[in-house]
Design a protein around this ligand. Structure first.
Ligand SMILES: C[S@@+](CC[C@H](N)C(=O)[O-])C[C@H]1O[C@@H](n2cnc3c(N)ncnc32)[C@H](O)[C@@H]1O
Length: 256
């Protein structure tokens, strides 16, 4: 029998396809322009170059990212040790198809449990759904220590002080409603136990690698110092910041 494999899906697949199509139109326009003369030649070459710069670059960069991304959760030894603590309750906010959540669940031991919530936006990840994440957890054999459900980051559907860890992997920048990241951090603070841990993974706009991969659209992301300030403003003390290329993870502890 054929072994079933988990499907974590490409990030922003439809956006990548649109970018590559527009970028290729730019390339054709450029080539066409090279065969012409006079002002039309200059206009077509300029349009071609601009379209390629704006769209082909990030389209190819994001394709490369998806092909190389692997697991989005990077752990250092202290985080890994924490996940092995007895009966740990973890909340993964914006779990998507479970790429990070399943990886955490695999390390969990001694009665620990991971709960994942998401609004399962299709444009964020191809195949994003509650069904997909539950199926991935079953295939990866972590069904017994995971629960997934619908829920929004800005109004987390759990009681105060329920979790030991709250994790946001590449989610805060997606909260485009008014004060979205602020509300989400307040909610994380509310559902964490006193002394609970917060993990925030985000792209850093000021990293050269982010610019190489995403081109002009690196401006969608904030510099890491922005997240540092926000995390501290919302009742956490930073413990560490680890960089992984253009990506970085904050670990922080809830203030007493
Ligand atoms: C870039 S994906 C990251 C998914 C996952 N954390 C991972 O590491 O692969 C962002 C996720 O945030 C989710 N999301 C967007 N807005 C949300 C909200 N208001 N509440 C909860 N999740 C949200 C999207 O549906 C998507 O699954």
């Amino acid at each position: 029998m054929k072994e079933e494999k988990p499907k974590y899906g490409w990030y922003v697949r439809d956006l990548i396809i649109s970018f590559i199509i527009i970028g290729l139109i730019g390339l054709i326009t450029l080539i066409f322009g090279l065969y012409l003369h006079g002002i039309l030649r200059i206009i077509l070459i300029c349009i071609g170059v601009v379209l390629m710069f704006l769209f082909l670059w990030p389209g190819v960069g994001m394709t490369a990212l998806n092909l190389t991304i692997g697991d989005t959760l990077y752990l250092d030894k202290s985080m890994e040790a924490l996940y092995k603590t007895e009966s740990l309750q973890i909340l993964d906010v914006g779990c998507g198809t479970g790429r990070t959540a399943v990886k955490i669940a695999k390390i969990l031991q001694n009665g620990g449990h991971l709960t994942g919530i998401d609004i399962y936006e299709k444009k964020a990840i191809a195949g994003n759904s509650l069904y997909t994440v539950q199926k991935n957890a079953r295939i990866e054999e972590v069904e017994d220590r995971t629960t997934f459900q619908y829920g929004t980051a800005i109004d987390i559907p759990f009681d105060n002080g329920k979790f030991d860890i709250v994790n946001f992997s590449s989610v805060l920048h997606e909260l485009h409603m008014e004060n979205g990241p602020e509300k989400a951090l307040d909610e994380a603070n509310r559902v964490l136990k006193p002394g609970g841990y917060l993990y925030v993974s985000e792209w850093n706009r000021n990293s050269l690698l982010t610019i190489i991969f995403i081109g002009i659209f690196c401006f969608v992301f904030k510099p890491y110092k922005y997240w540092r300030k926000l995390i501290e403003k919302h009742g956490f003390q930073e413990l560490s910041y680890q960089r992984f290329g253009g990506f970085g993870i904050f670990s922080a502890i809830k203030n007493k």
